[in-house]
Write a protein that binds this ligand. Structure first.
Ligand code: MN
Length: 285
């Protein structure tokens, strides 16, 4: 057994996205361009009730999956597949953009709070131009496991024999939201073949004796077991792992393909109204 240590620390840094939304990005920055199969991790949030949150008006995606997890607040959304709704706190949205989706994402505060994560998960070449898909899960639908000072929400993959709501055959993503009481230790087997990271968003933790501060993404090194200990205030973090795809990644804005030509095609298709094969009405909000 080899414990996974911290291979790289990536402090999240603030970027402005959409119509002026401030997000803390860790994957998808100069320090960590991507972590195959993960292309981007944004931690968005606001605790200022007076802050105007404009959201992400209509925009396209092609070639990957967006996975959004709301912690606080809610997010109105509409897409070209005809899905529309209001993702509530604790809920998750799995959107396979694949060949092309146009959507809007409008996070909003509840009682002055808004907080969540958006993870971009790459698709293998064979699936980049497949049909798009959409799945949405309420907080109540996401299984929760309580164990020795830990409360684990299983969003994707499997933990302790409990299957998460999302099953992703292409990259076998594991996505856990783990809350630990002060001083609690949490561990699980984590296959060496998976790239993995942990991101603490409440309290602080220690991994193999190394401090893991809040709002810093830690890329995990090689090993087959993950073990973490919460500090004196407890800790809450996401642990995410996936099977690397091992193909070239060419990214430009909202499109992630394998070659420069495919990116140019995506821009041309969007310009000519061909990004989305069948488009549902998306008027109003
Ligand atoms: Mn989007």
């Amino acid at each position: 057994m080899t414990l996974r240590t911290i291979r790289q620390r990536v402090p999240a840094f603030e970027v402005t996205e959409g119509a002026g939304v401030s997000v803390h990005r860790s994957i998808g920055t100069p320090a960590l361009k991507n972590l195959d199969p993960f292309l981007m991790l944004d931690h968005f949030g606001s605790d200022n009730p007076d802050e105007y949150i404009a959201g992400f008006p209509e925009h396209p995606h092609r070639g990957f999956i967006t996975f959004t997890y709301m912690l606080d607040g809610h997010m109105g959304h509409r897409d070209s597949m005809g899905n529309r709704g209001d993702l509530q706190a604790g809920g998750a949205q799995w959107m396979k953009a694949a060949s092309g989706v146009i959507h809007s994402e409008m996070p909003q505060q509840t009682n002055g709070l808004m907080r969540g994560f958006q993870l971009w998960i790459n698709l293998p070449a064979a699936e980049k131009m497949s049909d798009p898909g959409y799945q949405e899960f309420s907080a109540a639908a996401i299984p929760e496991v309580a164990r020795d000072g830990a409360r684990v929400r299983v969003l994707a993959g499997e933990f302790d024999g409990v299957r998460g709501v999302v099953d992703d055959p292409a990259t076998a993503v594991l996505y856990l939201d783990v809350g630990l009481t002060a001083g609690a230790t949490f561990s699980l087997p984590l296959a060496d073949s998976r790239n993995a990271f942990v991101y603490v968003f409440e309290g602080d933790a220690q991994l193999a004796g190394d401090a893991l501060p809040r709002h810093t993404l830690a890329v995990l090194g090689q090993g087959d077991r993950f073990e973490i200990a919460a500090g004196g205030q407890g800790a809450r973090f996401i642990l995410v792992a996936g099977r690397p795809i091992g193909e070239p990644v060419v990214q430009s804005g909202p499109f992630v393909m394998n070659t420069r030509e495919e990116i140019e095609q995506a821009f041309a298709d969007y310009r000519d109204g061909r990004l989305v094969r069948t488009r549902a009405a998306m008027t109003g909000h």
